[in-house]
Design a protein around this ligand. Structure first.
Ligand SMILES: [Zn+2]
Length: 181
């Protein structure tokens, strides 16, 4: 596999260290001023060239990335008192909502390309190889490639539309009381 080979080459020259950790975030609710805490977990990586001292540099980078991720990060944890989702959490909530759609679309791109390549090969085979295989063999691969390509577009569009329209606080029944809406 060329990817394994490239990773092996990269691994020969580059030191990679992983770090993971957790932090407690303290939040004051924007809606009702209730103070609550929750835990976030993050995982980070640090890379450095495989030179003397490289491992130490990679460790320091991994720790620095981890500290920054824990400091800047948040999770969508609604206020336990009123249910309000804080404004910095909404962007995060949107990003992780329907994340499977984004990852499925991402995986379908190379799959579509593989079907496409297989179809091209079956189309080309009769010209270069005798006895020629039935050219109809290419049809299922064209269809599969097309279906994958359409799914990629549909999933990507739906993910964008559905997450943009996700406004968790507008469905909060306590809002009338809290904000007089
Ligand atoms: Zn609240």
């Amino acid at each position: 596999m060329p990817i394994d080979f490239l990773l092996h080459i990269a691994h020969t020259f580059i030191e990679t260290v992983e770090a993971s950790g957790a932090a407690v975030k303290r939040v004051q609710c924007e809606a009702c001023a209730f103070v609550y805490e929750y835990e976030i977990k993050r995982r980070s990586r640090g890379n450095a060239f495989r030179l003397p001292g490289g491992l130490e540099i990679a460790k320091q980078k991994a720790q620095a990335h981890l500290q920054k991720a824990l400091q800047d990060g948040c999770e969508p944890v609604a206020c336990p008192n009123c249910g309000w989702l804080q404004s910095n959490m909404i962007a995060r909530a949107r990003r992780i909502r329907y994340r499977w759609m984004a990852s499925t679309a991402f995986c379908l791109v190379p799959i579509s390309f593989i079907f496409f390549s297989a179809a091209v090969v079956f189309e080309a085979l009769p010209k270069v190889r005798q006895p020629a295989p039935d050219p109809a063999w290419a049809i299922p691969f064209w269809v599969a490639s097309g279906i994958c390509a359409v799914l990629v577009v549909v999933l990507a569009i739906l993910k964008v539309i559905w997450t943009r329209n996700y406004k968790p606080n507008t469905q909060n029944p306590n809002l009338k009381e809290i904000r007089g809406w």
